[in-house]
Design a protein around this ligand. Structure first.
Ligand code: PLP
Length: 394
C-alpha cells in the first residue's frame, strides 16, 4: 500500500539530493575536521560550507551558527545559557503552547526556584501581547517563544516581540523548529538573540540541529568539552549530518525564493475547504490568517482522534491527533486546552501537515477517504448519538 504522508510537522523525508550529499562523508571522507592533516582539514572545509548554507537560510553570519544534535538540545542550551549568564534574574517568560522541549524544561526549572510566566493565548491560538509586555521586568532572564506552533501552525509575531523585548535589555530566544524552511526568516531584521532549528523538519536527517547565537550575546555552553563550534558546543562534529543539513537548508532557501510554498498552501487550502464542506460539525483550530502554509488542524466533533488515525492508517494516510495518550486516558493536547477548544472538538482533532513533496493526487485521495471514516465513527459514537437524539426531540 502506498503511503500518503501528511505528518510533516512530526518529521520529513530526507531529500534524495541531501542523501547524495551526505553519503561520501559516511564512507570516503571520514577524517576528523579538527585534525592537522588535510584529510581531516578538507572535511572541516565542507563543514564551513554547510555553516554558510544554514546561515543563508536565516540571514545570519556563518560564525553565529552552532551545530547541535536536535531542536530539543538547541532550545535547552539557549535557555540554560540565558539563566546562567544572568544569575540574578529569576523570571523566565514563555507561552502556554510551547513544544514539550521547552515546556518540560520549564517545569524542571520552576522546581529549582525560577518564576516561569506562561503567557496565555486566545481561542485562535494568538498570543496575548499585553500580558507579555506587562510581564517584562528587570528580573527577567529570557523570553522564549515559538515562531510557529507545531500543532496548529499559528505564527506568533516574533519580529515585533523580539524588538520590544530587546529594547528592555532582555534576551529573546525563539524556537523556529517548525518555521524554518516554511516561511522566510531574517534574523538581521529582528532583535532575536538566539534561534533553534531542527534538520529533520526540513528534509535533513534526524539528530542534527542548530542554535543561532547573535554575535555579542552572552552565552555559556551546555556541552562543555573540546574547542569545536568555537567552544560553544563540545564534541566531535556529526559531519555527514551537518553536510546534509547544509544541503537541506540550501534547497529550502531556493524553494522559498521560488515561492514554492504557495503551491503547498494551495493544496492545504484545498484539503481544508473540501473537508469542512463535506463533513458537518468540523472546524479549523487556530488563526487561519497567520499560519504556516503547510499545516491545518481540523476538529471533527464527537469522534475520537485516535480512532480516526487508526482508520486513516488502513488507507495508508499518516497524520497526527490533538491528544496525548497519558495513563490510559486520552487527554486533549495542552495546546488545544490552552486555546479553550471544547472537549468534544479537541478530542477529534487531526493535524494534517504537508511538504513540498505532497501531490494533488494525494490530497484528492484524502478528501475522498475522510468523510466515510468520520461518518462510520460517528455512527459508533455515544456523544454523536446523544446529540442527534437531542436534536430530534427539539
Ligand atoms: N520545537 C518544536 C516546535 C517542535 O515541533 C519540535 C519537534 O517536533 C521540537 C522543538 C524538537 O525538535 P527535535 O525533534 O529535533 O528535538
Amino acid at each position: 500500500m502506498d503511503v500518503v504522508y501528511l505528518d510533516n510537522n512530526a518529521t520529513t523525508r530526507v531529500a534524495p539530493e541531501v542523501v547524495e550529499a551526505m553519503l561520501p562523508y559516511l564512507s570516503e571522507y571520514y577524517g576528523n575536521p579538527s585534525s592537522m592533516h588535510s584529510f581531516g582539514g578538507d572535511v572541516g572545509e565542507k563543514i564551513k560550507e554547510a555553516r554558510r548554507q544554514v546561515a543563508d537560510l536565516i540571514g545570519a553570519a556563518p560564525n553565529e551558527i552552532v551545530f547541535t544534535s536536535c531542536g530539543t538540545e538547541s532550545d535547552g542550551t539557549a535557555i540554560r545559557a540565558a539563566i546562567e549568564s544572568n544569575p540574578d534574574r529569576k523570571q523566565i517568560i514563555t507561552s502556554r503552547v510551547e513544544h514539550p522541549a521547552i515546556k518540560n524544561l520549564y517545569e524542571t526549572l520552576s522546581k529549582k526556584g525560577y518564576r516561569v510566566t506562561f503567557v496565555p493565548v486566545d481561542n485562535q491560538g494568538r498570543l496575548d501581547l499585553d500580558y507579555l509586555y506587562k510581564s517584562l521586568d528587570d528580573d527577567t532572564a529570557i523570553v522564549s517563544l515559538m515562531w510557529a506552533n507545531n500543532e496548529t501552525g499559528v505564527i506568533f509575531p516574533v519580529e515585533e516581540i523580539s524588538q520590544e523585548v530587546k529594547d528592555q535589555g532582555i534576551i529573546f530566544h525563539t524556537d523556529a523548529v517548525q518555521a524554518a524552511g516554511k516561511i522566510p526568516i531574517d534574523v538581521n531584521a529582528t532583535g532575536i538573540d538566539m534561534l533553534s532549528l531542527s534538520g529533520h523538519k526540513f528534509h535533513a536527517p534526524k539528530g542534527i540541529g542548530v542554535l543561532y547565537i547573535r554575535k555579542g550575546t552572552k552565552f555559556a555552553p551546555y556541552m562543555i568539552g573540546g574547542h569545536q563550534e568555537e567552544g560553544r558546543r563540545g564534541g566531535t562534529e556529526n559531519v555527514a549530518s551537518i553536510v546534509a543539513l547544509g544541503k537541506a537548508a540550501e534547497m529550502a532557501r531556493q524553494h522559498l525564493e521560488n515561492n514554492g510554498y504557495a503551491r503547498v498552501g494551495e493544496l492545504r487550502d484545498k484539503l481544508e475547504a473540501s473537508l469542512l464542506e463535506r463533513i458537518s460539525h468540523s472546524m479549523v483550530n487556530g488563526d487561519t490568517q497567520h499560519r504556516l502554509p503547510n499545516t491545518t488542524s481540523i476538529a471533527f466533533e464527537y469522534v475520537e482522534g485516535e480512532a480516526i488515525l487508526l482508520m486513516m492508517n488502513e488507507h495508508g494516510i499518516c497524520a497526527s491527533s490533538g491528544s496525548a495518550c497519558t495513563s490510559g486516558s486520552l487527554e486533549p493536547s495542552h495546546v488545544l486546552r490552552a486555546m479553550g477548544v471544547p472537549f468534544t472538538a479537541a478530542h477529534g482533532s487531526i493535524r494534517f501537515s504537508l511538504s513540498r513533496y505532497t501531490t494533488e493526487k494525494e490530497i484528492d485521495f484524502v478528501i475522498e477517504k475522510m468523510p466515510p471514516i468520520i461518518e462510520r465513527l460517528r455512527e459508533l459514537s455515544p456523544f454523536w448519538k446523544q446529540k442527534t437524539e437531542l436534536k430530534a426531540q427539539s
